[in-house]
Design a protein around this ligand. Structure first.
Ligand SMILES: [Mg+2]
Length: 158
């Protein structure tokens, strides 16, 4: 199996514990890795998320987001202070991650970086996206099943 060059993360129930970040209402207040919206609803990054993202990046792995959400959810990544860790952020209001993966690959390639689909992993809690990933030749890792913790990804890039 190819060592991955690019890892693409889902957000809801993968990178954080909230099931639908589009439901949150700004302005947000941040307490460490927890965000609280104007109605008191909380969203917490997975405990090991920041550490794993930083480690992957330090090992030269490109990082991206592919999320089925309203585009304004980008503000949540900003408020959590983690937007800067991602090379590409794709947040679109539809479930077709095949389309998002293609956009992400095109974006990376437009920067002159060669990445084959077989060198890409999509990490997502929702098994319906396996089909989307496999259609474009991207490996699917189901969070909560194939891996229990984000830090399990680190063994894939040693
Ligand atoms: Mg999800």
């Amino acid at each position: 199996m190819n060592r991955p060059k690019l890892i693409v993360f889902d957000l809801d129930l993968t990178l954080w514990d909230h099931e639908d970040a589009s439901r949150l209402t700004p302005p947000y207040r941040r307490e460490g890795s927890v965000l609280i919206d104007s109605k008191g609803e909380r969203l917490a990054l997975r405990e090991d998320a920041l550490d794993v993202l930083v480690k992957l990046k330090s090992r030269g792995i490109l990082l991206a987001v592919a999320s089925w959400n309203e585009p304004r959810v980008r503000e949540i990544l900003d408020a959590l202070g983690i937007s800067r860790l991602f090379d590409v952020i794709c947040i679109e209001p539809h479930p077709n991650k095949e389309v998002m993966l293609k956009k992400i690959l095109n974006h990376v390639r437009s920067r002159g970086i060669s990445v084959k689909p077989s060198e890409v992993i999509l990490v997502d809690d929702n098994p319906m996206h396996r089909e989307h990933a496999e259609k474009v030749g991207v490996r699917f890792v189901q969070f909560g099943k194939d891996i229990r913790r984000l830090s399990d990804l680190l063994s894939l890039v040693e």
